[in-house]
Ligand binder design. Structure first.
Ligand code: NAI
Length: 340
């Protein structure tokens, strides 16, 4: 039976990278039925609503969505579709593996760590209010419930994946109550997982540690805004935003999307790197129980980068999105026996 998946192409480079990824997924032979729905700036211009009920219902009905990036106007305009979708579907865990790929030059040796980001609260929720003209407050809400469940999620993941250490990232020296609660919940959960080392780091020091010696980290657990910022830093360590995948996971639904945004500077030029969304789709295949197909796509991606000069501009190449897509599809068809 085909997997019915909600497909949200998104804005900017979204339609280009989702098209590429759908083509690659279909070349595996796994049957998909895509329920395509639109959200974002273009829909807002047409209808006045960036995130419609139809999109939310499709995500709920199918349980799984593959999503391109969606732009959010800066300092004005509609509230982020991404933030709303995560809240409405209660996708409380944002899972972002930061792993190097062969054939992609970086400043560091091979890296393999994971960012687990609380996805529903904190300053990133965007709860803002103008008290009087010229004075604005932004609420940082941290709840025990959300902090405990993301900490449990991180430890459960670490145990499943055989990871040894979780570093809770905070600023509880200054935000003693809000980050203090997040940290306390982490410590409370950690006592139930004596097999995993529970480590702590203040967020500014973490950033320095990441650019000087990123290999020391295994799993990073962060509240929403720190997770957002540190994710891009992590992407920079393994080749850029075109490389790092993501999954927004809740108890009932999951939405798979890259870390990067809609990249308006390169949209429509057929030069976007689809790897980040492709790796998000690999996570989706695993979520759907298609582990064999996940492995085949992962291998084909590694082979393409190791054995051919085909790579997009952001990785120093001059291939188009279309050429890259064709190369990965070909590697999938040939299977692991493809040789250099
Ligand atoms: P961005 O991630 O879109 O782009 C930053 C830089 O990275 C640009 O130079 C871009 O060309 C490059 N880049 C990003 N993805 C790439 C890819 N796949 N291949 C090659 N180059 C790539 O970040 P920016 O410019 O700050 O944000 C643009 C819009 O995206 C904003 O409206 C923002 O709100 C939105 N956004 C949406 C996200 C989502 O839907 N999950 C996540 C992050 C940002």
């Amino acid at each position: 039976m085909a997997h019915v998946v909600t497909l949200i192409p998104g804005d900017g480079i979204g339609p280009e990278v989702t098209k590429s990824v759908v083509e690659i997924l279909e070349s595996t032979g796994v049957a998909f039925e895509w329920e395509r729905v639109e959200a974002g700036a273009a829909v807002f211009d047409r209808t006045g609503e960036a995130l419609s009920i139809e999109v939310i219902e499709a995500c709920k009905k199918n349980g799984v969505a593959l999503k391109g990036p969606i732009g959010t106007p800066i300092a004005k305009g509609f509230q982020s579709v991404n933030v709303r979708l995560r809240k409405i579907l209660d996708l409380y865990s944002n899972f972002r593996p930061v792993r190097s790929l062969p054939g992609v030059e970086t400043h560091f040796g091979p890296l393999d760590f994971v960012i687990v980001r609380e996805n529903t609260e904190g300053l990133y929720a965007g709860l803002e209010h103008e008290i009087v003209p010229g004075v604005v407050t932004s609420l940082k809400v941290v709840s025990e419930r959300a902090s405990l469940r993301i900490a449990r999620w991180a430890f459960e993941y670490a145990r499943r994946a055989g990871r040894k250490r979780i570093t809770c990232v905070h600023k509880a020296n200054i935000m003693k109550m809000s980050d203090g609660l997040f940290l306390k919940c982490f410590r409370d959960v950690a006592v139930n997982y004596p097999d995993i080392v529970a480590d702590e780091r203040i967020v500014d020091a973490l950033c320095m540690n990441l650019v000087m010696n990123p290999g020391q980290f295994d799993v990073l657990l962060l509240e929403n805004l720190y997770g957002d910022i540190v994710s891009d830093l992590g992407a920079g360590l393994v080749g850029g935003l075109g490389m790092v995948p993501g999954a927004n996971i809740g108890d009932d639904y999951a939405v798979f999307e890259a870390v990067h945004g809609s990249a308006p500077d390169i949209a429509g030029k057929n030069v976007a790197n689809p790897i980040a969304l492709l790796r998000s789709a690999i996570l989706m295949l695993e979520h759907l129980g298609e582990s064999d197909a996940a492995r085949r796509v992962d291998t084909a991606l590694a082979q393409t980068l190791s054995w051919t000069p085909i790579r997009t501009r952001d990785l120093g190449g001059n291939s188009t999105t279309t050429e890259f897509t064709a190369a990965v599809c070909e590697a999938i068809q040939k299977g692991p026996s493809l040789s250099a």
